[in-house]
Design a protein around this ligand. Sequence first.
Ligand SMILES: Cc1cc2nc3c(=O)[nH]c(=O)nc-3n(C[C@H](O)[C@H](O)[C@H](O)COP(=O)(O)OP(=O)(O)OC[C@H]3O[C@@H](n4cnc5c(N)ncnc54)[C@H](O)[C@@H]3O)c2cc1C
Length: 615
Amino acid sequence: MAQELADRRDVDFVLFEQLGLESILENEKFSDLNKKTIDLIITEARNLAIKEILPTNAVGDQKGCRFENGVVRVPEEFHRIFKLYREGEWIAMWDDPEVGGQGLPITVATAIGEYLTGANCAFGMYPGLCHGAGKLVELLGTEKQRELFLGKMYSGQWGGSMVLTESGAGSDVGALETSAVKNEDGTYSIAGSKIFITGGEQDLTENIIHPVLARIEGAPEGTKGISLFLVPKIKVNDDGSLGESNDVVCTGIEEKLGIHGSSTCSLTLGGKGGCVGTLLGEENKGMRAMFHMMNEARLGVGIQGMAMGGAAYQFALNYARERKQGKSLLQMMDPAAPPVAIIQHPDVRRMLMWMKAYVSGMRSFIYYVGHCFDIAAMSADESEREQYEGLIEILTPVVKAFCSDRSFDVCTQAVQVYGGYGYIGEYPVEQYLRDCKITSIYEGTNGIQAMDLLGRKIGMKKGKYFMTLLGEMQKTVGQAREYPELVELAEAVEKAVNRLGEVALGLGQAAMSPKVLTAFAFAEPFLDITGEVVMAWMHLWRAVAAQPKLDKLVGGLDSEARAKKIAKNKNAVFYDGQIKTARYFINALLPEALGKMDGILAVDDAVIEMDAAAF
Ligand SMILES: Cc1cc2nc3c(=O)[nH]c(=O)nc-3n(C[C@H](O)[C@H](O)[C@H](O)COP(=O)(O)OP(=O)(O)OC[C@H]3O[C@@H](n4cnc5c(N)ncnc54)[C@H](O)[C@@H]3O)c2cc1C
């Protein structure tokens, strides 16, 4: 049966056969869970995604959000699925049951997130923001703030947002001008104009709780003077009931390239002097507060990208299996030869293999980062915890930027597989292409992620975290060497890992030399090749998980008998597919990254030296 959104067999493979989720489930934190319950939960999420949410994707895109007299109307179809989402308690999947969460491992939540987001990314922003803003309340809120807001946000009764951007403060959040003045009762009067606020206004929830960045009167310039406030759309009384309007006014929504069902709002706060917020965390520590959220939010954007790229791949694959066009290359001269499904053509197979390699590599990568979050949260061993926290630090900008960029490329390739049909709105992939683009822009543009990796992350703890990452890759290389069939692949990956270490050192040194500007002109290519080596690592790891299983099914046979036996066994086809995908990625695509590494290490000054007028 054709798979939709994400291949369930592959999802299970990553969770249980690659990452060994069962060992995480042994932790007492997850004593209510086992493989069977996880299977059931993922099945439930998948059904919700495919049967209920996916049918709203195109219609949400066509109808978009409407702005009517200060109110934003989301596509009607979103109301029903939001209710189902709430009833299924999908908003706070991995949070502690004590605060209203489902208590699932984050690794599992990433898999569920892939289905739910791939089904309709624009819709997914609303529940996602209930959670993201709620998490800030959970981590930084006073007892009173938690009591008033948290349960209602994690259950989706009240919505959330993230209110940072202003027209003069985009990537440079420190330039913001929204002000906060302390009142006698300890609250703050907020005044300012914000733009591009996702879910800043919508009609799905009775209230919206806005975490707002603003500067307290007299606070230092730049990021050091920014504080975070909780600003409800409708004031909340001490007993939790709704009070009067809080002077948060939506002045318009944006017309956008994609995610039409997600409202992107301009907000005026305190236009009539009546907007009141409470401090979340400490004064002037707003940026640090946002950092609490960043790793999770950036993982979330990586999931969005991968989920859309993955869905586009799945649609393209199903189409390529059905669309008949042209004869087999081997029967070109035979006028009576029948047309074949386009999946038979070598060039279409190349496109599908390219997409499969990136989609499955990114799936492994993203679930692995979820797995790092789980281990960091539950490990009793301090050095292990630090090791995984270090991996999260290094991998977060890569997960956000590499996965969003490559997923967009996957969507482009999906359009290509469909041919002309891919370019028209009747088929789903053009929407995925448009919707996916935003993932490389918001939550810190990919250029900003690359600067974070080069300027902050690789040098963290004198490079220890980056070395940890390379060490983890080398462990997989060592495991792969135990299988004769994988030795060559292991050697190729080892060479790339070593070269990545050299490039990090070379570029890192350049970044601390007079060539600093040139070094940062190569920050994005450096992030990109880091992502490529991570892909190679993930594919080798997949091959290590698949090889013994395949040997068990078809080992000891000559190649003809083996091929015949593989064709008859679904599992053997799957495992053989893992090894062939690893072979393709490592032999055909990884060398491109090695070439790019040479280009980076040359640290050529042209980009910086050329006069701006010459562009
Ligand atoms: C659909 C949508 C939804 C959004 N949702 C939200 C939201 O919910 N909340 C919120 O607060 N914001 C939101 N944003 C805003 C988003 O986070 C910003 O657009 C983004 O951070 C970039 O800021 P900017 O648009 O001002 O671009 P700019 O900062 O002007 O950047 C323009 C270009 O310059 C580059 N650049 C800028 N500074 C540097 C630098 N120092 N070094 C190198 N390169 C640099 C950038 O990488 C980019 O390529 C949303 C935006 C959109 C379009």
